[in-house]
Design a protein around this ligand. Structure first.
Ligand code: KG4
Ligand code: ZN
Length: 363
C-alpha cells in the first residue's frame, strides 16, 4: 500500500497497481464503499470482500480544530458537508471504479457527534436510493474491532483493545456479532486523556501525536503519576491521572525557557508511562485470566510508539500473537467500516431508508 497527500490535501492510501486493482475487482465477490464521518475526519474507502483495500481517503480537520484545543462539533459537520463528495470521488477514482461497481455502501451510524454522523448517513442514503445500492449500518467500535482483518488473516476468538479518543474498551471477540465486553473506561478515554493533557500543556489538538513525540525526549520517572488499577475489574480510569498532571503543572515554579522544554518532555513521558502501564497490564491480565492467545489493538492511541513497544514486549513474553494496525488504520478510517460492513452485507443486514444516526450506540 502507498500513502500520499494529493492536491486537495487528502491523505490517500491506495493499492499501488491499478492492474492489480482491476484483477481484484474482476475476481471479487463483494465491493464495499465504506464511509466514516463520526468525528472530525471525513473518510471513504473501497474494500474487496472485507479485507483487500483498493483505496482509503481521509480528509483531516485537525487544522480547523487545533486552535480550540478540541473538536467544535458545528465546524466538524460543516466541513464534512464540504468534503464528503470530494472524498468519496477520490476513493472511487483511486480504486479505478465507479459507483456502478459498488455492491453495498457501509456507513458509520454511531457512536459519534450527531451532526457529523448525519452527514455520512444522509449522503449514503441519498446515493444508495438514487443508484439502488444497498446500505449497511456499522457501529464505529465494530469498525475499529474489524480493522484487524484489513491487514491480517486471523480466526476467532481474539482479544480486542480499542483505544481511541472516545473509547477505551476491552472485548473478547468470539465471532461476528459475538462480542463479550470485559471492561471499559469509567470516565475519560485514553485518547481523551492525551487530548486534555495536551490542552493544559498548551500543545493543541490532537494531543496524542505531540505528547508521543515529546515523551521520547523525557524521563518517564520524573513524575510519579497515579496508575488506576480498578481492582478485580478490566475497567479503566484516566481522569485521576489527568488531574494529577494538572496539579503537577500548577505546582511548578517558573523556570527558564531552556529548562521548560525539558520539563514539558518529562511531564509528557511520565504521563505516557502511566497510561501505557495500565493498558498493557490490563491486557496482560486478560490474556492470563481468559487464556486467549491472540490480541488485536485498534483506535488512534494504538498508533502510540511507547504502547506499541511495550505491548510487543509483553506479547513476546506471554507468547501470544499480536496484531497492530499500520498507522493509517489506527486512527479513524473508512476501510474499517467497509470491513465490518462486509460481514453485515453477507449476513443480509441491510438498512432501510429510515436509518438514523445515533450519538450513543452500544456495541
Ligand atoms: O480512533 P481515533 O482516530 O478517533 C476516535 O474514534 O476517537 O482516535 C483519535 C485519538 C485522539 O485522542 C488522539 O490524540 C489519539 O487518538 N492519538 C494518539 C496518537 N495518535 C492519535 N494517542 C497517543 N499517541 C499517538 N501517537
Ligand atoms: Zn474511532
Amino acid at each position: 500500500m502507498e500513502e500520499c497527500k494529493n492536491s486537495n490535501e487528502l491523505v490517500v492510501t491506495s493499492n499501488k497497481s491499478r492492474k492489480e486493482n482491476s484483477l481484484l475487482v474482476t475476481h471479487r465477490s463483494s465491493l464495499i464503499l465504506g464511509i466514516d464521518t463520526s468525528c472530525d475526519d471525513t473518510s471513504a474507502s473501497v474494500v474487496v470482500d472485507g479485507e483487500r483495500i483498493l483505496s482509503n481517503v481521509v480528509s483531516s480537520q485537525s487544522d480547523i480544530h487545533k486552535k480550540y484545543g478540541g473538536i467544535v462539533p458545528e465546524l466538524a459537520s460543516r466541513r464534512h458537508v464540504e468534503m464528503i463528495w470530494l472524498v468519496v470521488d477520490e476513493a472511487l477514482n483511486n480504486a479505478g471504479i465507479t459507483l456502478d461497481d459498488i455492491d453495498a455502501i457501509a456507513v458509520c451510524y454511531g457512536p459519534g457527534l450527531i451532526g457529523s454522523l448525519l452527514v455520512g448517513c444522509g449522503f449514503a442514503k441519498a446515493v444508495g436510493y438514487a443508484k439502488k445500492i444497498p446500505i449497511v449500518a456499522v457501529n464505529h467500535l465494530e469498525g475499529h474491532m474489524f480493522s484487524v482483518f484489513l491487514e491480517n488473516k486471523l480466526s476467532f476468538p481474539f482479544l480486542s483493545l480499542i483505544v481511541s479518543g472516545g473509547h477505551t474498551s476491552l472485548y473478547i471477540v468470539n465471532g461476528f456479532r459475538q462480542y463479550v465486553e470485559l471492561g471499559r473506561t469509567r470516565d475519560d478515554a485514553a485518547g481523551e486523556a492525551y487530548d486534555k493533557v495536551a490542552k493544559l500543556l498548551g500543545l493543541g489538538y490532537p494531543g496524542g501525536p505531540v505528547i508521543d513525540k515529546l515523551a521520547r525526549e523525557g524521563n518517564p520517572k520524573a513524575f510519579d503519576f497515579p496508575r488506576a488499577y480498578v481492582p478485580e475489574s478490566f475497567d479503566f480510569s484516566f481522569s485521576g491521572l489527568k488531574t494529577a498532571v494538572r496539579n503537577a503543572v500548577s505546582s511548578q515554579s517558573p523556570v527558564a525557557s531552556s529548562q521548560s522544554y525539558t520539563l514539558l518532555c518529562d511531564i509528557a513521558a511520565s504521563f505516557q508511562a502511566a497510561v501505557v502501564d495500565v493498558l498493557v497490564r490490563k491486557v496482560e491480565w486478560a490474556i492470563v485470566r481468559k487464556g486467549i492467545k491472540k490480541i488485536a489493538l485498534s483506535g488512534g492511541v494504538s498508533a502510540n510508539s511507547e504502547l506499541r513497544r511495550r505491548v510487543k514486549e509483553m506479547a513476546e513474553e506471554r507468547e501470544v500473537e499480536l496484531f497492530l494496525p499500520s498507522i493509517p488504520f489506527c486512527t479513524d478510517n473508512a476501510a474499517m467500516i467497509a470491513a465490518a460492513g462486509y460481514c453485515h452485507y453477507k449476513a443480509g443486514n441491510i438498512a432501510g431508508i429510515d436509518l438514523n444516526p445515533k450519538a450513543y450506540l452500544p456495541l
